[in-house]
Ligand binder design. Structure first.
Ligand code: F6P
Length: 378
């Protein structure tokens, strides 16, 4: 953590997948930075790409008004990485151009609002000599070191409402309805929306499932007179067999001696990943044949990332944003500003980058869910 002089010129970008609450954070930072802290704020468009091409948005007061409640990001975003950016048909390391842009604008610090990938990229820029501060955002809520990330609460609300709505149609038709929610590696969204919506089965990446156990629990429900079931599935949930297959392939890849064998193992893994994209469709079909109950699939997809942020996300983004401006006014950089209870903590980027906050097996919410009869496929 560096403590330097008071900063004057600050750059800001949003990077990675968008989510509700980004504009609230930009507004919080911008308003506090300008007054009382007398800092100039300049926005870079479309994530790290904006720094490479020096594409900016001057964040005048008018730009910061009326955006608190808007979804998306006025700065635009992308998943571009500074060190591996597609430029003119090639993948290039553009860190040097980013450093040049930073210097050209006489920036004292750069704020990156983003998810797990952004934390890693921010650390790389820190290592390249830039003063960087990050804010955690992702509907997946899987960033290490923070209680919660911007966008998560809204996504939980959207997914919960979907589960609520699917209940009435599932009941009317005596169907199984499988709902796929986002979350490749972390099951927070599926777990929270599943528990809040009273799902009967919740499948998350952290708990490999056995489909026959899921089918058993649905048949038990039918025997008890409940002829519908809601199954919430995180997009990265995997069966015990698939987890075994991935582990075997990873071991083969690590053990491969020749380049050809390594390439073959990587291609097999890629193929498995491609097949996984249709995982919930196959799961729905198999549940239908195992239980004999008509089944339907709903994929919520990017609906979970769109639209107006919840009140909780507006509050979190505003508080994180203003705190960010405050810390910068004190010259603090090299950190992610984490939410901790009602307060905040600057966490060194080294402690966040490359790490994931997954649902721990002993999380109290898992226990509560089990106690109300939720099945996790085991
Ligand atoms: O930003 C996180 C996330 O929404 C994940 O939950 C999801 O797997 C992924 O992004 C989708 O990414 P994209 O919008 O690039 O398809």
């Amino acid at each position: 953590m560096n403590r330097g002089n008071m900063f004057k010129h600050i750059g800001i970008l949003t990077s990675g997948g968008d989510c509700p609450g980004l504009n609230a954070a930009i507004r919080g930072i911008g308003k506090a930075a300008r007054d009382p802290f007398k800092m100039e704020l300049i926005g870079f468009r479309d994530g790290f790409r904006g720094l490479v091409h020096d594409r900016t948005i001057p964040l005048e007061p008018a730009m910061l008004s009326g955006i608190l409640t808007n979804g998306g990001t006025i700065l635009g975003t992308s998943r571009d990485k500074p060190h591996q950016m597609p430029i003119g048909g090639e993948i290039r390391d553009m860190t040097g151009s980013i450093v040049e842009t930073y210097k050209r604008h006489h920036l004292d610090a750069l704020i990156c609002i983003g998810g797990g990938g952004t934390q890693k990229n921010a650390l790389r820029l820190k290592e390249a000599g830039l003063n960087v501060v990050t804010l955690p955002k992702t509907i997946d809520n899987d960033i290490m070191g923070t209680d919660v990330s911007i966008g998560f609460d809204t996504a939980v609300g959207i997914a919960t409402e979907a589960v609520d709505r699917l209940h009435s149609t599932a009941t009317s038709h005596n169907r199984i309805i499988v709902v796929e929610v986002m979350g490749h590696r972390a099951g927070w969204l599926a777990l929270c929306a599943g528990v809040a919506g009273g799902a009967d089965v919740i499948l998350i990446p952290e708990i490999p499932y056995d489909l026959s156990r899921v089918a058993d629990s649905i048949r038990d429900r039918a025997r008890a007179g409940k002829h519908f079931s809601i199954v919430v599935v995180a997009e990265g949930a995997m069966s015990v067999e698939d987890v075994g297959l991935v582990q075997k392939m990873l071991a083969e890849k690590n053990a491969a001696k020749s380049k050809t064998d390594k390439k073959k193992a990587s291609e097999q893994l890629k193929e498995l990943h491609q097949r996984h994209l249709e995982h919930t469709l196959r799961l729905t079909e198999r549940l239908e044949s195992l239980t004999g109950q008509e089944s339907r699939l709903t994929i919520l997809g990017h609906l979970q990332r769109g639209g107006t942020p919840s009140a909780a996300d507006r509050l979190l983004a505003t508080r994180l944003g203003t705190h960010c401006a405050e810390l910068l006014s004190q010259g603090v950089t090299g950190v992610m500003i984490a939410a901790r209870g009602d307060s905040f903590a600057p966490v060194p980027l080294e402690e966040v980058a490359g790490k994931k906050n997954l649902v721990p097996p002993d999380h109290p919410l898992l226990q509560s869910a089990r106690l109300v009869g939720t099945n996790f496929g085991m």
